[in-house]
Design a protein around this ligand. Structure first.
Ligand code: MN
Length: 726
């Protein structure tokens, strides 16, 4: 176990400004908290966090990262609390330790590659500070180094699998090749000991045959470059068993064919020399086709830059050669961590061209110092996505802003179509709730449920939108048929006639309709007036009935028995998703008029809008005037007594506020205290003393809006409040 002063000295050696006092306090605190706990190896538990801190010191990270390494298991495994960490070590450390703890709880078995990819993204998205991820990787590295102490083979395997699928690729993503290689080798040893043994045996045999081949090749390559006038540092190594194994699998080649059992690295001083060295080698040795790669012109997405080539080298050996500068080398081994130290050293301004890490690098370039870079780094590339779990632990990725309806459709169209509710992390929450990373969603379904057109307001995925629209189209036709029939019934009965299919069939051609159903549906959709149909069937009735201008509910006036019965039936079975309105046909598309913003509790009427369904207006809305000539488009509607879900409607208020400091904040405070939510605010008129504004407030009903209005009127800074009309 690394001792306290050793750790502090190591950190001090690369960071003279390290906070020694904090390091010492964290060491002592961790030691005390983990107390007599033991590791599977029998070592004191605290040896683990100390080793993790040691790995982070090797990466040459800042004091906060090292302290986080020392404390990373205290929240999970001891009685330490986040508050205590914040008090003793500051909020930054508390946040980092908390972040690592959250990542560690994500112990989800990833079965398929697709899910592993999502899981990697989730981990990245949850590592809001890159140091969280670096500490987690160091933690996993030490756990892998000590994996053999764990007795249960299934558990060992699970950890190794997770390392291979999740943590090694993550290390690679942020460019930490050294960590990635070690994680892979350790996991490979656990997952495929036979494969590894056979690679090693074969390597041993080739090594015997080739004897001191690596030093010989190194010497000859150096000579070749020197003859060409280049001073280079050449080093050779055997490739690791896992990388050989993977190449054999991917390329489906046998061991003998492999050029790259031996890899040589040539370090030169700048980019020009990289290409010069390449020219010299290609001039001297036979080039292996298709092995040349220029990652200097086109860096890998994680920022890796180097030239790769393969030649038949000295002694007729096929060898792989990587040519790069010292800085590229540092970058390739240490990835993100390399940037930090470069910045601290100051001299390098030559940041490589990251693609996916671009936002991160931007911050790096703008941050005045390295500590700030690490602190403010946000891994933003997956900020536009959320990742949620099914109850079985499958991971589903959705766009940010997605709701349980999107989730349900992502699982299966059937699940979406029949969705009635959602449990998020075990709690029943509204379907409009926006999902968060890591949420577990259980969709409650019912065979009786059908998609509601109102869902379209809060879904974000194309699949959900398309499914809802498709359903609505089919449904709309049925609704228009029913509605058309009841409208025709009403109109005909008012004149003492009966609607008959025969009668309609006789006039359908007058309206250019192919069938009686089409005719009825178009009456329902408001495209054809029921009165026009009546006069077509009974041409003697030329005079259209004149509606009474002030009478806004003509349907209720001369209602036939049949019509009344049909409307009552509609009332009974109507449940309209989030909007509870009676008097409509189930599932019918409903819009709330923007002119009058009806709220539950207002007296309302419905107007059938051409091709669109029904628009709801307040009964005193001036817009209704324009419909007085078409009484057949009016329908009687009311609010269902039991409204579903609070704060679902928008009320509009016109407010005059004193132009003085704090008046706006008292306005929003009053509204918030009454559980209203301002969804839109517009200042329409500003003067020296007062300004007028129009605000939209989400409320549950008209009484709720009235409460808010009263409270606002009682506020001293507010001069006048009115419900806005038109
Ligand atoms: Mn740990």
């Amino acid at each position: 176990m690394i001792r306290q002063f050793e750790l502090v000295e190591r950190v001090h050696s690369y960071d003279p400004e390290a906070d020694e006092d904090m390091l010492n306090r964290a060491y002592v605190y961790g030691l005390q908290k983990h107390g007599s706990q033991l590791r599977a190896s029998g070592d004191p538990y605290f040896s683990h966090p100390v080793e993790v801190a040691g790995i982070l010191a090797e990466m040459r990270l800042d004091t906060s990262s090292i302290v986080t390494g020392l404390l990373h298991d205290t929240l999970e495994d001891t009685d330490a609390t986040r508050d205590e960490l914040a008090r003793l070590f500051g909020e930054e450390i508390a946040k980092l330790v908390d972040g690592v703890t959250k990542l560690s709880r994500l112990e989800v078995q990833s079965e398929t590659t697709k899910e592993a990819e999502n899981l990697r993204k989730l981990v990245l998205a949850m590592s809001s500070d890159i140091r969280v991820l670096l500490v987690k990787l160091a933690d996993r590295l030490h756990n892998m180094r000590t994996l053999h102490h764990i007795k249960d083979p299934a558990r060992r395997r699970r950890i190794a699998r997770e390392t291979m699928d999740l943590y090694a690729p993550l290390a690679s993503r942020i460019g930490m090749e050294r960590v990635k290689r070690e994680l892979e080798e350790l996991a490979f040893a656990e997952l495929n000991p036979d494969g590894r043994a056979s690679v090693q045996a074969r390597l041993g045999y080739l090594r015997e045959k080739g004897e001191q081949i690596i030093p010989q090749v190194e010497a000859e390559l150096s000579e070749t470059l020197k003859d060409g006038g280049l001073t280079a540092q050449v080093s050779g190594r055997e490739k690791t068993p896992y990388s050989i194994w993977r190449k054999m699998q991917q390329k489906n080649v046998s061991f003998e064919q492999l050029a790259d059992i031996m890899a040589f690295r040539i370090i030169v001083s700048d980019v020009t020399e990289c290409y010069q060295a390449l020219g010299l080698l290609h001039g001297r040795y036979q080039v292996l086709p298709q092995r040349f790669k220029d990652y200097i012109s086109v860096p890998k997405p994680n920022g890796y830059r180097s030239l790769h080539t393969g030649v038949i080298g000295p002694h007729g050996q096929r060898i792989e050669i990587q040519i790069r500068t010292a800085e590229m080398q540092e970058q390739s081994e240490r990835g993100v961590a390399a940037h930090w130290i470069y910045k601290q050293g100051g001299p390098s301004t030559d940041a490589p061209q990251y693609a996916w890490l671009r936002s991160l690098i931007d911050i790096l370039d703008k941050a005045p110092d390295a500590a700030e870079f690490l602190e403010h780094t946000k891994l933003e590339m997956f900020q536009d996505q959320v990742f949620c779990f099914t109850p079985k632990g499958n991971l589903i990725s959705l766009p940010r802003g997605a709701t349980p309806i999107d989730f349900a459709y992502a699982v299966h169209s059937q699940v979406g179509d029949t969705c009635v509710g959602a449990k998020i992390n075990g709690r029943m929450l509204p379907l409009r709730t926006q999902l968060q990373n890591g949420d577990q969603i259980e969709i409650v379904t019912s065979k009786a449920q059908t998609p509601s057109p109102t869902w379209e307001r809060f879904v974000v995925t194309g699949k959900a939108k398309a499914a809802i629209r498709r359903f609505v189209r089919v449904r709309q036709r049925e609704q228009y048929l029913q509605l058309g029939r009841s409208l025709l019934d009403k109109t005909f009965h008012e004149e003492g006639y009966e609607v008959t299919d025969k009668g309609l069939d006789g006039v359908k051609a007058n309206f250019k309709q192919a069938s009686v159903d089409d005719l009825i549906a178009n009456v329902g959709a408001g495209l054809i007036g029921s009165r026009e149909v009546l006069t077509a069937v009974y041409p003697g009735l030329k005079q259209p009935r004149k509606p009474g201008g002030a009478d806004v509910v003509p349907i209720s006036r001369a209602r036939s028995k049949a019509g009344r019965a049909r409307e009552n039936a509609a009332k009974q079975d109507h449940s309209h998703g989030q909007i509870a309105i009676t008097g409509l046909i189930p599932g019918m598309a409903v819009h709330f008029a923007r002119c009058c913003h009806p709220l539950p509790g207002d007296r309302i009427v419905g107007i059938i809008t051409t091709g669109k369904g029904v628009t709801i207006h307040t009964i005193d809305c001036a817009t209704l005037e324009s419909f007085s000539e078409s009484p057949e488009r009016w329908i009687d509607v009311g609010w269902d007594a039991v409204g579903e879900g609070a704060a679902a409607y928008t009320g509009r208020l016109k407010i005059t506020v004193a132009n003085q400091p704090g008046s706006l904040s008292s306005l929003s405070t009053v509204i918030a205290r009454h559980e209203g939510n301002i969804s839109n605010l517009r200042i329409v008129n500003r003067s020296m003393d007062f300004f007028d504004m129009v605000i939209d407030v989400e409320v549950s009903d008209v009484k709720h809006l009235a409460d808010i209005t009263a409270a606002l009127r009682a506020t001293p800074a507010i001069n006048a409040v009115e419900r806005a009309r038109n």
